[in-house]
Design a protein around this ligand. Sequence first.
Ligand SMILES: NC(=O)c1ccc[n+]([C@@H]2O[C@H](COP(=O)([O-])OP(=O)(O)OC[C@H]3O[C@@H](n4cnc5c(N)ncnc54)[C@H](O)[C@@H]3O)[C@@H](O)[C@H]2O)c1
Length: 259
Amino acid sequence: MESIAVVTGGAGGIGLAIAGKLAQSHEAVYIADLHPERLSRSQEYKSLVSEGRIRAYHCDVTQSGDVMQMASFISSKGKIRTLINNAGATDCGSLQELTSESWRREISLNLDAAFVCFHAFAEKLKLNRGVVVNITSVNGFSVYGNPAYSAAKAGLIHFTKSIAVEYGKFGVRANSVAPGTVRTSIWNVKIQENPKLFDDILQFYPLGRIVNPQDVADAVMFLVSDQAAAITGVCLPVDCGLTAGQAPMARTLTQSDSY
Ligand SMILES: NC(=O)c1ccc[n+]([C@@H]2O[C@H](COP(=O)([O-])OP(=O)(O)OC[C@H]3O[C@@H](n4cnc5c(N)ncnc54)[C@H](O)[C@@H]3O)[C@@H](O)[C@H]2O)c1
């Protein structure tokens, strides 16, 4: 039987990089995405797609019926070893702009969907001593705008711990990865509003650069691998130092040019 990984939102910037990595250690990686057609436009992963190592499946992860169908189809294709809950998005920047409808929409996509997908694959993951990685965000730790998205991402960190503690006895591991800013299509609208946005935020990143999708994929690959066999329930920031602290603030407080 084939060993299979599932990546929700896998046709996007981070998801596709993760799928490309996981194709090294799984016989097939299924991408469950609202826009699976994006996969056919990718030049970088063209050969993995044509060899059937990365496969697309249309699924709206906010619809439990869609998720159940997707899980039953993919489970019939092989051994589910890995689930990456990666689908996510936000379009509401502040509490004052939020409506209850957009709050519910963002919680539904960024938190509820991860539960629904985990639930749909839980029995298979138990059987196969599987691994779950939830893609959260630095927004799950501190306020960087987008309050509903951030509350969902904070919830995802806790949900990850719940899986780790309750399913550990079945050999299932669950961890989350919290990226800082990553240059992907999630930023398309904001970049139109401020084409210099990625330059303007560099001052907040101790490494002087932002994250790229491969950085996130490398962290996921590690957490999925046997090298992380003793690691479960943690949240790994992949954030170029953002959440470690702020050099401009340290400089102001200490009046030291060392920062
Ligand atoms: N890009 C960043 O700066 C950044 C930072 C921290 C965390 N993240 C997280 O990383 C994950 C991936 O984001 P990305 O930057 O690759 O964005 P992206 O927009 O490139 O990809 C997101 C993918 O999710 C899919 N998707 C959206 N709604 C869906 C639904 N209802 N059902 C199925 N698929 C759906 C989209 O079609 C898209 O392919 C998200 O969870 C995001 O919150 C991104």
